[in-house]
Design a protein around this ligand. Sequence first.
Ligand SMILES: Nc1nc2c(ncn2[C@@H]2O[C@H](COP(=O)(O)OP(=O)(O)OP(=O)(O)O)[C@@H](O)[C@H]2O)c(=O)[nH]1
Length: 597
Amino acid sequence: MNVRNFSIIAHVDHGKSTLADRILEKLGAMGERDKRDQTLDTLELERERGITIKSTPVRLTYQRPSDGISYTFNLIDTPGHVDFNYEVSRSLSACEGVLLLVDASQGVEAQTIVNAYLAIDNNLEIIPVINKIDLPAADPEAAARELEEVIGISAEDAILASGKSGIGIEDILEAIVERIPEPPGDPEAPLKALIFDSFYDAYQGVISFIRVLEGTLRPKDTIMMWSTGKTFDVDKVGFFSPGLVVGDELAAGAVGWVAASIKDIHDALVGDTITQKDRPTETPFPGFKAAQPVVFSGLYPTSTEDYRKLREALEKLQLNDAAFSFEPETSEALGFGFRCGFLGLLHAEIVQERLEREFDLDLIATAPAVVYRLTLSDGTVLETQNPAEFPTRDRIELIEEPYIKLSIMLPEEYVGPVMQLLQDRRGVLITMNYPGRRVELLYEVPFAEILYDFHDRLKSISRGYASMDYEQIGYREGELVKVDIMVNNELVDALAVIIHEDKAYSLGRKIVDKMADVIPRQMWAVPVQATIGGKIIARATVKAYRKDVLAKCYGGDISRKKKLLDKQKKGKARMKQIGTVEVPQEAFLAVLSNDDD
Ligand SMILES: Nc1nc2c(ncn2[C@@H]2O[C@H](COP(=O)(O)OP(=O)(O)OP(=O)(O)O)[C@@H](O)[C@H]2O)c(=O)[nH]1
């Protein structure tokens, strides 16, 4: 059959896209991406505003110069961020091998290790590629040595390459043929196919990207989703060329797509196994889990009239993003909004940005929170991620919070300050390794502690040299308290935060100071207070002062006056009325503001 299914994995910026483009160009597929619109048209895909089609795999043909034999390459893209590690792992399950890129001037980084382990866990053949060897600062030997010491990949096997200048591309193509195995699987066996990505199309319903492991999938087959038992009739199957092209069948080993008039993306989840209803496979692809949101935040429209528009936008986004969840929530301070769940902070930022940009919404977002597990005095256990819903302290027996294992790679000279940062974040050092030129720190840290500005702080402390990655490791007890915020003597429920006892006072101070700073002055003095269980722990005052912008405009310069008024109006755009005081969006994120501000 001469098929090779592979993926490229790398730390961010180590040159993945550049190398992929170079391979595409070499195999004559450059410019094919532009044809995508056309190929998609054959599927009558609606290119609806706001719904971007995810990056699809690419099918390429490689004719070996030595013997002229042709090979079909399926290059499968993987998301590049830790929030989406489960998706990365599923995409890798669709492959037999990977190109593991390491920047020759940077060496092995945190994501290099995590990605390499994902590949090893999936039993994939790893082709190490030392990339960017054209750079003057390149040190390929050191990078190869690090690969050997840290990950245990033989340095001799590494290919030296440059995606930029094209060095090593032929070697890479040959290695793909020689080292990556032909996909296994019996096309006559009962169908077993893995879903590694899905997106929603208004005409076809859900289109799933699949890897057929056993059997053969054809149009008109009745398929069954393993996790739910739901059945669907297949409309079309096909390949990526790139873009979606209709085909006759997908047999064992193939990477392609299937459309079966599935109306809800939750019926075609990444990681689930597709089989045939009448002749099901005996064992599904292992390790299926529906992606669980781990970070939650409230989203509220700045103007109440936008509530319906926001709901529609959230529904639309969810069609394409099964990992994103939302439910209605009401806040005394903010009115009607939604509690939204995300895979991580980056995921939260992406969703929020899309809502604002693509759906033209002005939003107030509350500080992100993790899921806490509470054991109440009466023995009931409940999980909540909403500080506003926390019971009073006297009703709580035990609070547990999620922990992560954090891996940080950095040059030795920054170890001191970074360890200090981790200590401030309640981190516990597990081990310290010295692979090659760098130090690897392994910590266990409360997840909540890295939600706020941790990555930025790490980068600035290490001048950009430290890299990090993490995984969830379960729940641990924590001495946590709820800090409430009052503005003008009114409790603002949406501003409540959960925080470790030892940090409550300084955080309370920080929040009230920041708020007093960003709330516009009023005609009377407005007190801002932080409290724990009703006890005031910090207080600041928004001074009284009326800002009369027009006073500045001497003479009758109308256009200037207008400009100033417009400016003032814009400044108001993201305000929320709380009692008699207008509070800007910034205030809701005061808890996130940098300690150094
Ligand atoms: N000198 C040199 N620069 C390169 C090479 N490959 C990539 N770069 C540069 O490195 C930067 C990152 O390259 P990308 O290909 O975008 O890296 P990536 O890994 O895809 O990055 P993400 O998409 O952000 O994960 C860009 O500025 C490239 O121009 C190379 O072989 N040599």
